[in-house]
Design a protein around this ligand. Structure first.
Ligand SMILES: Cc1cc2nc3c(=O)[nH]c(=O)nc-3n(C[C@H](O)[C@H](O)[C@H](O)COP(=O)(O)OP(=O)(O)OC[C@H]3O[C@@H](n4cnc5c(N)ncnc54)[C@H](O)[C@@H]3O)c2cc1C
Length: 323
């Protein structure tokens, strides 16, 4: 079978990452000459299903109470059942933490192969190859997935949404799955972090702070600056590990991979693990007191200065523009 299945969590909605997965799925199915099936799991999200139905050839919605909250075993079982029925050549997932957790386990259950953080999909001579960054963004590896299905989670923003759409609107099939009791793991408590609606992966402008800020107070200055230009504030791992900013806003190899139009790195050295998270940024600018900081090798604009002198000036200039 040359079909492609995309798996999306209803909870995430029709965000930029979902649009990228749908677009990538549509194009891959077209190249393979197969159909595009969309699977949505979790709480009922009619808007997501309607949007997908305009692009996919079939939509299956596993909307049942056991899947209302993310439970890895249950979601894995649901995806394995549905992908098992569809027998696709490739299964695409988004870059959310659920997908990252499930992709290798799903591949194992289906007897396929898995790769994460894909930035390009190539279907050639019946094989599926995936490009992904390696060595902290210093090189790109092309990986051939030999066992079917190829289960791949995709980097956010690396793929365009689909502009053409399907010739007809697919019907949405609601399904009821027989799921295991789910008593192997139990969620005891959930603590929501107040990130509002914002997602770093969707941010157009990011102002990021590092250990050179010297403490958590300086992040308030960055937030004030960000407020003037509708930017999101992020941080290096050193700043997050110091407890100055929440870890969910960490950028880098072990944090978020972001792709803003502008990434302003304030008092961040530019370690390869940090740069791995911003290789898709269009413009990188940096403020660093050390002219030899590695960040200056990667940025288009750089200011060698103490951030304490630069941030107030920037704030002043930007505030003047708002008037
Ligand atoms: C397996 C692994 C995974 C990792 N994953 C990540 C990751 O996901 N993200 C990440 O960020 N790191 C990651 N790291 C850590 C990474 O190697 C660096 O240690 C980290 O990025 C350093 O953060 P920093 O640049 O904020 O701090 P530092 O290295 O301490 O740099 C601080 C910078 O601030 C500058 N500075 C100091 N004072 C001022 C001032 N007043 N004004 C302006 N500039 C000033 C200094 O010149 C310096 O360049 C990882 C490491 C490992 C081993």
């Amino acid at each position: 079978m040359n079909d492609v299945a995309i798996c999306l969590f209803a909870e995430s909605g029709y965000d930029r990452a979902a649009q990228g997965v749908i677009g990538a799925g549509r194009r891959l199915a077209g190249t393979l000459g197969g159909r595009l099936h969309a699977i949505t799991i979790g709480t009922h999200n009619p808007e997501l299903n309607v949007r997908i139905a305009a692009v996919a050839d079939s939509v299956i919605s596993a909307d049942q109470v056991e899947l209302a909250e993310y439970q890895p075993e249950l979601c894995l079982d649901a995806l394995a059942q549905l992908c098992g029925e569809l027998a696709p050549k490739a299964v695409l997932l988004s870059n959310d933490t659920y997908s990252q957790e499930l992709a290798p386990r799903l591949a194992h259950k289906l007897g396929g192969s898995a790769v994460g953080d894909g930035i390009e999909l190539i279907a050639q001579d019946g094989a599926i190859r995936v490009k992904r960054s390696v060595y902290g963004g210093k090189a790109v590896a092309t990986i051939e997935l030999k066992r079917s299905p190829a289960v791949i989670w995709l980097r956010a923003r690396a793929f365009e949404a689909d502009s053409a759409g399907s010739a007809s609107v697919a019907t949405v099939r609601q399904t009821r799955l027989n799921l295991p009791s789910g008593d192997r793991t139990r969620i005891i408590e959930r603590k929501a972090e107040s990130t509002g609606e914002a997602r770093l992966e969707d941010a157009r402008v990011i102002i990021s702070g590092g250990r050179g800020l010297g403490g958590p107070e300086a992040f308030k200055d960055l937030q004030e600056l960000a407020g003037l230009v509708g930017a999101q504030v992020a941080a290096s791992r050193a700043a997050c590990d110091s407890g100055w900013y929440p870890p969910s806003w960490q950028v880098g190899q072990t944090g978020k991979k972001v792709a803003p139009g502008l990434y302003l790195a304030v008092a961040i050295r530019g370690a390869s693990q940090h740069m791995a998270g911003i290789s898709d940024a269009k413009v990188i600018a940096a403020i660093n007191i050390d002219p030899d900081a590695p960040i200056f090798k990667h940025c288009q604009f750089g200011i060698v200065e103490d951030y304490k002198k630069v941030i107030p000036l920037l704030r002043e200039k930007l505030a003047a523009l708002q008037k």
